[in-house]
Design a protein around this ligand. Sequence first.
Ligand code: ATP
Ligand code: MG
Length: 332
Amino acid sequence: MSSKPILTSGIRPTGEIHLGNYYGALNNLVELQQSYEAYFFIVDIHSLTTHPNPEHLSRNVLEVARNYLAAGLDPEQSTFYTQSSIAAEICELHTYLSMVMPLGDLMRCPTFKEKAKRHPDNVNYGLVGYPVLMTADILIHKGRIVPVGEDQLVHLEIARTIVRRFNQLYGEVFPEPQPVEENAVRIPSLNAQGKMSKSDQADSYISMGDEPDAVRQKIRRAFSDPTRAYKHQPGNPTKEGCNVYHLHSYFTDPAKLAETAYKCRRAEIGCAECKTVLAESILSLVEPFQTKRAGLADDYVLEVLRHGGRKAKESAGKVIAEVREAIGLRMF
Ligand code: ATP
Ligand code: MG
């Protein structure tokens, strides 16, 4: 048994990922697996609130697994599985937890209210209970540490409330999970409109599956310094002044970046040259990722998920037995 704290983190089964997801989310999880006993799971059951096409769902799960493995998730060090491989345990725990969670708090949850407002024709029961299912994902392994973005903090607060109420009724069964800040890095969109997002149009983000020529073309069209109209004008290479410089700051090595910025400030190079440097920096990240991903055979990925599913089931089974005992359910 590892003595490291237990960390749990759910991954949405969204097949296509962009540079922002890679740099802000995948990379971060890969780093966390060094410091914690990590359980990473693809939340395929959660995704059913929006009724994905069954074929897309099963294909996406594999794609997501492949992406995380290519980014460096180590299935020996961490437990990597699909939520549905412990469906029985998760759904059982979810039911028990739902009995201690007040409905009013769930209906006041801002993420629920926002989804209900955006899709008034699909306000399903699962949507209201989403944070309870998320709590089951954490508690099924007695997770203590949960990486969360700002928008997820309220869900973690619900998880903590559930733990307190459950423990009050049945004794100290669960630890109260604590948030660990997600990497605060936000990769900007190519059109300088906020962060890179896959729900924006395709030319505003670099997909980790883009061909080299597509990457170069997108960067050529990226928004740069709006005040620099001509090449002979000195540029303003700062994060605030130039979106291309902002992107450079994440992907170009410091010496190269300093040289490029120096030349830009003296109008020795124009935006086109600067963007060529950026495109090559990004490709030096994207290309090895693509090569690694292409080398992961379906059979290997499936075997990783099966292996992770078995490990997760063993851990989940122990917790479920303890929970039944605590609440006085006798299995005949
Ligand atoms: P959507 O537009 O559908 O919300 P998205 O592009 O924002 O998609 P998500 O699936 O919401 O991506 O996020 C997956 C993970 O990637 C989250 O951990 C999120 O914080 C992170 N992430 C998303 N966009 C960026 C970005 N531009 N920079 C850094 N991290 C990001
Ligand atoms: Mg998002």
